[in-house]
Design a binder for this molecule. Sequence first.
Ligand SMILES: Nc1ncnc2c1ncn2[C@@H]1O[C@H](COP(=O)(O)OP(=O)(O)OP(=O)(O)O)[C@@H](O)[C@H]1O
Length: 262
Amino acid sequence: MNEVSVRPEFPAAAPRDPGFAAVATELSKVYGSGDTRVNALDRVSVGFTRGEFTAIMGPSGSGKSTLMHCMAGLDTISSGSVRLGGVELGDLNDNQLTMLRRDKVGFVFQAFNLLPTLNALENITLPMDIAGRKPSRAWLDRVVGIVGLADRLDHRPAQLSGGQQQRVAVARALAARPEIIFADEPTGNLDSRSGAEVLGFLRDSVREEGQTIVMVTHDPGAASYADRVLFLADGRIVDEMYEPTADRVLERMKRFDAARTT
Ligand SMILES: Nc1ncnc2c1ncn2[C@@H]1O[C@H](COP(=O)(O)OP(=O)(O)OP(=O)(O)O)[C@@H](O)[C@H]1O
């Protein structure tokens, strides 16, 4: 228990500080009704500090994906509020929400979601092309350098390894300089070496470019790349850990298993 570094203010009251890229206040999400009603999120209040890498962990069904989807404006919320880059999502209509996601949010999923007919560079710049934005060449070079793809830019996804495809997906998320990147098991499909590379690139983008990243993962090793780990259980944040190591995260996860079997 003592090993878990919990900040004195935990559980955090609704943070309003402009230093947060995204903030949830008393966020609840209910699926279904009657007998099939599930409280996927139960009054969650949490802030994601700019320039910080947060991992979200917890047992299966604890609400990790739901939290990420609600924070990213991909799913509606039942009550409470979500602010992204200072904008209250509940105040937006569907069009405005789509624009906000396009302009302020980057996504990296387990499936790489690359377009097979476009080469790596075209895939990286596609979201900006759609938004009619032109990335500066210098920034694009920097991103391509961070993810180590300079000599693969004219390759199509089928000509790239899984790790390289995921690096393209990371570069695509970084290139638009979003307020926040949400990553859902981004290394789930990769061997451990490629996974470590991708996690290293995510961490570098936080350290060197001040990117904000929130990543859902089941893997304590992946979580150890983050600055902070949030632990969910039954739709609530029950713990957090700063400067995590894989061993400490694993130990904390084991306590969930123990709680379930006692
Ligand atoms: N569309 C949905 N309809 C009904 N219930 C849902 C829906 N999506 C999620 N749930 C329920 O909400 C709860 C939280 O689900 P969620 O997918 O967020 O968990 P998770 O922690 O991401 O799980 P896992 O680690 O297995 O991916 C679960 O009980 C799940 O069954």
